[in-house]
Structure formats: structure tokens, C-alpha cells
Design a protein around this ligand. Structure first.
Ligand code: SAM
Length: 246
């Protein structure tokens, strides 16, 4: 039987596509993607001719049988998304789940992802972190998510569209206060890449003066409570170590 290859594609800079990703994109029999026109452009830029099939949130269930049949017949299938790692805040997850449940191998060709790219460039604690993706839009669910984020001790990464960014920052400001550390990564890996921080107060002011444009990932620092705990812990450890030396 065939394999499902989950292929990471660039989040803005074509140079970030790995040689292995390119070779797999050439070799598979069929590539499932969110938007055939968008991914057709990517293949064209790479000089690759291959078959694309749309796989998005509106046709997930109707496409699955066809794709599983291809795997059964021994064809290798590639899975890509509009950008980044398929399965992160896009429909890719459903295909991987179905393929695994049917007993096929899913192999990831890793590539850029906005979560880790934004996180490591934020300067905020990255040893432990949470990812919230896009927050729910229904008021009740959204408020629940927002209050849990406000009390979160770890750094939290959130995706948001530029149109809704100010609203999200205002809600976070309301719950977390103006001094909460935050970095908004805009247009990562692209020509106008920008990182805006360091606090909710300053970032909100910035975006009220400069209309948000392009793709944005929000990296919010954890609550102060956490930092204090860390400081106390390391002090205790230090004392223990000193006692051992003496
Ligand atoms: N699968 C993708 C990944 O691996 O990052 C994410 C797909 S999700 C539909 C798109 C969201 O990711 C955007 O709304 C934005 O929050 C974030 N994103 C994607 N590319 C980005 C970039 N170049 N700079 C900043 N954020 C980006």
C-alpha cells in the first residue's frame, strides 16, 4: 500500500522549502491541498508538474474515500496546506487521522511552521508553551478560552487574522493588563517581517496607529505568578547547592 506524506511548505519564503520536500512533491502520485490554484502556483515556481486534488474544510468527508482508495492501490499521496505544516489549524489533520485509522503510514517531511518561528524569535520563555490556534468566535467559547489564556503560566501562541487582531489584543489587554509581555510576529520569513512588543499596552497602541496587515502570530507571555514561582524555585535550589558545598 501507499504512504501519506505530510509535506511542510514555506510560510512566505520559497527558499525555506527543503530539497527533500521538493523531491517528494515530484515523486508522489497525487497531492492533496487546500486550494489547487494556490498550490498550483507553488508547484509552478518549483518547476514541478504533478496532480493536485482539493482537500478543504467543505469537502473533507466526500474526498476521504477517494484518497484512501489511492493509498490502498499502492499510490503515495502528498498532503500540503496553503502554507506551513499541514494539520496545524488547517484541514490536513482529518486526512492524517483517516489514513492512520485505515492502517496506512503517515510520514512528515518537516518544514516551517508559524508557531515555532514566532515563538523562538519572541524572546519569551519557550521551554514550555501552549498553542491555541484561532480562538473560537462564539462569545461563550471565546470568553472561556480568553480567561484560560489570561491565567496560563506558560507562553501562549495564538493565530489571528489581521482584521480581527485589534479586537483580540483589546480583549487580552482587558484580562491580562497593559504590562503583560507579548510579541506579535508579522509576515514571518517575508520581505516586511516585523516583530512588535514588548507589552500588551504598547502593542495595542502600535496597531491602533498602524493598521494591521499581512499574517500575524501572537506570542503572549505567561502570568507573573509563574515567573515568581520560577525565581523562588531557583533560589531554593541555589541554597541547597551552597549547603552541599559548605
Ligand atoms: N499550517 C500553518 C503553519 O504551519 O503555520 C498555519 C495555517 S493557519 C490557516 C494560518 C495562520 O498562521 C495565519 O492566520 C497566521 O496567524 C499564521 N501565519 C502563517 N504564516 C505566517 C507568517 N508568515 N507570519 C506570521 N504568521 C503566520
Amino acid at each position: 500500500s501507499g504512504n501519506l506524506y505530510i509535506i511542510g511548505t514555506p510560510i512566505g519564503n520559497l527558499g525555506d522549502l527543503s530539497p527533500r520536500a521538493k523531491s517528494i512533491l515530484q515523486k508522489v502520485s497525487l497531492i492533496a491541498c487546500e486550494d489547487t490554484r494556490h498550490s498550483g502556483q507553488l508547484l509552478k515556481k518549483l518547476g514541478i508538474k504533478n496532480n493536485l486534488i482539493s482537500f478543504h474544510k467543505h469537502n473533507t468527508q466526500s474526498r476521504l474515500p477517494k484518497l484512501l482508495k489511492c493509498l490502498k492501490e499502492g499510490q503515495n499521496i502528498g498532503l500540503i496546506s496553503d502554507a506551513g505544516l499541514p494539520g496545524i489549524s488547517d484541514p490536513g489533520e482529518e486526512l492524517v487521522k483517516a489514513a492512520k485509522e485505515a492502517g496506512y503510514s503517515a510520514i512528515c517531511i518537516p518544514g516551517p511552521c508559524a508557531i515555532t518561528t514566532a515563538l523562538v524569535s519572541s524572546g519569551l520563555p519557550s521551554q514550555k508553551f501552549c498553542f491555541e490556534g484561532f480562538l473560537p468566535s462564539k462569545t461563550k467559547d471565546r470568553n472561556k478560552a480568553l480567561s484560560s489564556i489570561a491565567n496560563e503560566e506558560r507562553t501562549t501562541v495564538i493565530y489571528e487574522s489581521p482584521k480581527k487582531l485589534i479586537k483580540l489584543l483589546e480583549q487580552l489587554y482587558e484580562l491580562c493588563g497593559e504590562d503583560r509581555p507579548v510579541q506579535v510576529a508579522r509576515e514571518l520569513t517575508k520581505k516586511y517581517e516585523e516583530h512588535i512588543g514588548p507589552t500588551l499596552g504598547e502593542v495595542l497602541k502600535h496597531f491602533k496607529e498602524n493598521k494591521p496587515k499581512g499574517e500575524c502570530t501572537i506570542v503572549l507571555g505567561g502570568t507573573e505568578k509563574y515567573k515568581k514561582k520560577i525565581a523562588n524555585q531557583s533560589q531554593t535550589e541555589l541554597l541547597k547547592k551552597m549547603e552541599a558545598i559548605i
